[in-house]
Every structure is written in structure tokens, then in C-alpha cells.
Design a protein around this ligand. Structure first.
Ligand code: ATP
Ligand code: MG
Length: 420
């Protein structure tokens, strides 16, 4: 799987170690007896190249952060800048403000010219100091603005939507015959980007979510028939709920988008919850925001500014259903519904995520300086790789329900494999 390059790389790199352009990493490293390896995709390895397409002294770069917050955004901006500035000697690096709107001079503020002083301690804080937003930008206007500002490289830091946006910008620049390197750094606390085994911010998010679960567990255990219901993020995939469940080890039931469930009936969730309350007198329930959407009526399919469907609130719905169920059963319970969703992602990155941020960012710079474009930095089998942006749309990454993570979750909660 080769990524597009803008042209022949002729400039010598000022760096001292290099990764060959011809090395590949195969997607599947475990082979089943009945499988052929011929359709096994192989990716370019990320890393510094010996020859560069861009001449650093005549090169300008821009950085934009879009979509929701994730711990580590500031670390990524900082490492992108420092690698460009110190390692390659790129003197003009701009921070576009307020997400993709910042690429349109009529909509956004002027970009900031980054300096070592400006980024000095930004990684100590959560959020993104450049700001972020949802909503589209006119790609023709954005590319014209990049041309006017003589920007040759654009780093797009964000989730699936941002990377689709980056791909549109790459295509528009190509259409205008402007040699622009668009390199994506994948961001999402949900950990659901294909070809990225771990996105930055995920581990910090589950660390924070596990703290919330521990506290919710204390609330439930200290009252008679206490039930704590905690909603965590995870629109399409239950990685945060599953990771926090394993980290906390206090969860009794977990509901995720990958595993549909029934509320009623002898094998349904409510019967299992009743048994748990009768046996143990307290319960901790975790629900991912995308779980059980099929149970909710009046699905209005409202969309946000970026075109993402606004999900119905499964937490509120479950809370009501649990309450009425126990009233009907004449079992008094103390039910508390907690929604710490946003509180887990605005913190600064933990140490492991900070390391990830730094390596994702520096590899993005290496790819861009070599003239690679229309790609994101991925991570597979512990190696950083180049993934063509268009490939992202062809896959969804969800938790495998026959995999080790979900089996570990079932083992730690003791819940049945299915509520059907
Ligand atoms: P997250 O979902 O983790 O918050 P995201 O990057 O998916 O991150 P979105 O709000 O969906 O967040 O998208 C970020 C930006 O990308 C928005 O400005 C949005 O308009 C733009 N975008 C989304 N989809 C597309 C697309 N198909 N083409 C062009 N731009 C897009
Ligand atoms: Mg998204």
C-alpha cells in the first residue's frame, strides 16, 4: 500500500537515522490454516527518509485541530512544531485557529505564527490551545488561502471527520495543481480509527473513566440496593467502557454498541440486574453512549454541524427503565445516573499518551518533509505506518466480541455473553 508522493525527493535530510521507503508491514501477522496471504495489505513504515521533497528553508507548514477534545492535542501540536523547527529547520509554522473554519480567512481568526516560547508548556494543559470546531469549510477557499500564505504542508489533527476533511483538501490541492502535503494525525478517545491500534488520549480517558467508576461503585455499595449507572463515551465502539471496566474491576454490567441486548424477559438485562441486587445488594452498570440505540423510539436522526447523527440518550432511557422496573417489582432501590462523559477528555495526557503523541507527531513531520500526502500516521503491531486517507472510509474499527478485550471484560464483570 503505497502512499502518494508529491514528486522526487532530492534534498538531503539533516537527520541522522533513516527508515527505507521500501520497507513494508503486513496487516495480518497471524495466518489461519485456510487463509491465503495474497490479499494481506502491507503498509509503508513511518520514519525519517534520507531524501526530502521539501527544502526546509523555503517551506511553510500549518497545523489545524478539529472535532472533539482528546487528551494530548497540545502535545501533538508542540511536537509537530518542535520537529519542524529544530530537526528540519522550518521557520514558518502556523497554527490555524478554531478547527477547519480557521482555514477560511472570512470565517476564522488569523493563524498564529508558532514559536518555541509559545509552545513551551502547552502540553501541561488539556484541550487544544488552537481551539477546535465542527462544521465544514469550503475546500477551494481553504486551499486558495494556503496558496496565498505559501503553506506547503498541512497537518490535520482529528478524528474520522477531520481525516475525511483532510482527504478533501488533498484532492482539491491536487485539482489546483498545488503541491500540498496533507498529513493526518488520528485523534479520538474512542480508539475506533482503523489501522490505528491505539489512538492518543484513549489511555488517559480510561484512566479518568475508571476513577469515575470507582466512585460510582462506592456510591452504590454504601446504600441498600444501590445501583450506579454510568454513561461513558463510545458512539460506535465500546473501547472506553471496556477499558475502564477492566481498569476499575468494579463493574457488574457493561453495555456496548457491539453487543445488542434485550431489557425484558428471563435472559434480559433487567432480570440479571434484579438477581444481582437480590444476591449482593448493590450494582455498578456502565453503558457506552452508542449502546442499545435500537431500543430507543423517536429516533429523530438529528445531525450536528459536522453531519454526525446525534444519538438518543441511552443513559437517561436506561435510568427510567430501571426505575420503573424495580417499582413494578416492588423492590426499593437507590438508583443514581452519572454522566462523566466530557469530564474524562479535557484533562492533559498521561505519560503513556504523551509518548504516543510525540511519536505520532514526529512521524507525521517525517512523512510530510519527504513529500508524502493524502495519508494519516497509523500504528500496527507496535510500528508506526503510512495509511492512505482514502482507505479509512473502507473500514470501521469496533471491539471484536470474540477477542481478548471483550472476553476479559466478561470475565471481570461475570455477566452473561448476551442478554437475549
Ligand atoms: P471526533 O468525532 O473524534 O470528535 P472528528 O474529526 O470526527 O472528531 P467531526 O466534527 O466529525 O470530528 O469533524 C471534524 C471536521 O471535519 C469538521 O470541521 C467537519 O466539518 C469536517 N468533516 C467531517 N466530515 C467531512 C467530509 N466528509 N468532508 C469534508 N470535511 C469533513
Ligand atoms: Mg468523528
Amino acid at each position: 500500500m503505497q502512499v502518494t508522493t508529491l514528486g522526487e525527493a532530492l534534498y538531503p535530510s539533516p537527520l541522522r537515522y533513516f527508515v527505507s521507503d521500501s520497507l513494508r508491514l503486513a496487516e495480518r501477522i497471524i495466518q489461519r490454516p485456510d487463509e491465503k496471504m495474497t490479499d494481506n495489505i502491507a503498509f509503508e513504515l513511518a520514519g525519517p527518509r534520507e531524501k526530502l521533497f521539501f527544502d526546509a528553508k523555503n517551506t511553510r507548514a500549518g497545523i489545524v485541530t478539529c472535532g472533539g477534545l482528546s487528551p494530548g492535542l497540545n502535545d501533538v501540536i508542540r511536537s509537530l512544531f518542535l520537529e519542524l523547527h529544530h530537526a528540519y529547520g522550518v521557520s514558518h509554522v502556523y497554527g490555524f485557529q478554531g478547527g477547519y473554519r480557521g482555514l477560511d480567512p472570512h470565517l476564522g481568526k488569523e493563524p498564529l505564527l508558532l514559536t518555541p516560547e509559545l509552545v513551551d508548556d502547552v502540553h501541561k494543559k488539556g484541550g487544544t490551545f488552537l481551539g477546535t470546531s465542527r462544521g465544514p469549510v469550503d475546500t477551494a477557499v481553504a486551499v486558495q488561502n494556503l496558496i496565498d500564505k505559501q503553506i506547503n504542508i498541512l497537518f490535520v489533527v482529528g478524528g474520522d471527520g477531520t481525516q475525511r476533511g483532510g482527504y478533501e483538501l488533498y484532492k482539491e490541492a491536487k485539482r489546483q495543481n498545488y503541491p500540498l502535503a496533507v498529513v493526518g494525525v488520528p485523534k479520538t478517545i474512542d480508539n475506533d480509527i482503523p489501522f490505528v491500534s491505539q489512538t492518543f488520549g484513549y489511555l488517559t480517558a480510561i484512566e479518568e473513566a475508571a476513577k469515575a467508576l470507582d466512585r460510582a461503585h462506592v456510591e452504590a455499595r454504601c446504600v441498600n440496593n444501590g445501583i450506579s449507572l454510568v454513561k461513558l463515551m463510545g458512539r460506535n465502539a465500546g473501547f472506553i467502557a471496556a477499558g475502564a471496566t477492566l481498569a476499575s474491576q468494579e463493574v457488574n454490567f457493561i453495555l456496548v454498541p457491539e453487543v445488542p441486548f434485550k431489557l425484558e424477559g428471563p435472559n434480559g438485562f433487567l432480570a440479571a440486574l434484579k438477581k444481582r441486587i437480590q444476591d449482593r445488594g448493590h450494582a455498578l452498570v456502565v453503558v457506552a453512549e452508542g449502546a442499545g440505540q435500537e431500543l430507543l423510539q423517536n429516533n429523530t436522526q438529528l445531525k450536528d454541524a459536522s453531519g454526525n447523527i446525534i444519538l438518543n440518550d441511552i443513559g437517561q432511557y436506561l435510568s427510567t427503565r430501571i426505575k420503573t422496573f424495580f417499582e413494578d417489582e416492588d423492590i426499593p432501590v437507590h438508583l443514581r445516573y452519572m454522566d462523566p462523559s466530557y469530564l474524562i477528555r479535557s484533562t492533559r495526557a498521561n505519560a503513556v499518551d504523551s509518548v504516543l503523541c510525540d511519536l505520532f507527531a514526529r512521524n507525521a513531520v517525517h512523512a510530510a518533509m519527504a513529500g508524502k500526502t493524502g495519508l494519516i500516521i497509523g500504528k500496527m503491531h507496535d510500528k508506526y505506518i503510512h495509511v492512505p486517507s482514502e482507505l479509512l472510509a473502507s473500514r470501521k474499527r469496533v471491539m471484536e466480541t470474540d477477542g481478548m478485550l471483550w472476553h476479559g471484560v466478561l470475565a471481570s464483570t461475570g455477566q452473561p455473553a448476551s442478554f437475549y
